[in-house]
Design a protein around this ligand. Structure first.
Ligand SMILES: [Zn+2]
Length: 126
């Protein structure tokens, strides 16, 4: 596997699907739904490519375990579509600002979900 694939957020196959999004920017929920769909797609790609989650060492007990990859944030998505020339730099700046405001107003996390106390997803050694 090419170096860096284990931690890659956007695979080329995913970038080519960015154009499927209908860029109606008054609907952030549709954007976060797309990010979720991309995350599912990424899991499928990783499985198909035989990519395992990266190993990580717990700083407390030094146990080595597999790190669960995080979701795809809206911000990461915005930068990806700008990089693919689907929006301009000016639009990127505007949308990024709009998104931050929307996030704050609705108390969302960076994935567009309602922020709640996070359950520990990795191992628990205490
Ligand atoms: Zn530990």
């Amino acid at each position: 596997m090419p170096a860096g694939d284990a931690e890659r957020v956007w695979f080329p196959e995913m970038l080519s699907r960015l154009e499927e999004v209908d860029f109606a920017w008054n609907n952030w929920a549709s954007v976060t739904a797309f990010c979720d769909a991309m995350m599912t797609y990424r899991s499928e790609l990783r499985k198909a490519k035989g990519i395992k989650d990266p190993l990580t060492r717990c700083p407390a007990c030094h146990t080595i375990s597999r790190m669960r990859l995080r979701g795809i944030s809206v911000r990461s998505f915005l930068f990806a579509i700008a990089k693919s020339d689907l929006i301009s730099e000016v639009e990127l700046t505007r949308l990024d600002r709009q998104w931050q405001q929307h996030r704050k107003a609705n108390k969302l996390d960076k994935f567009g979900r309602t922020a709640k106390p996070k359950l520990l997803e990795e191992h628990c050694c205490s």
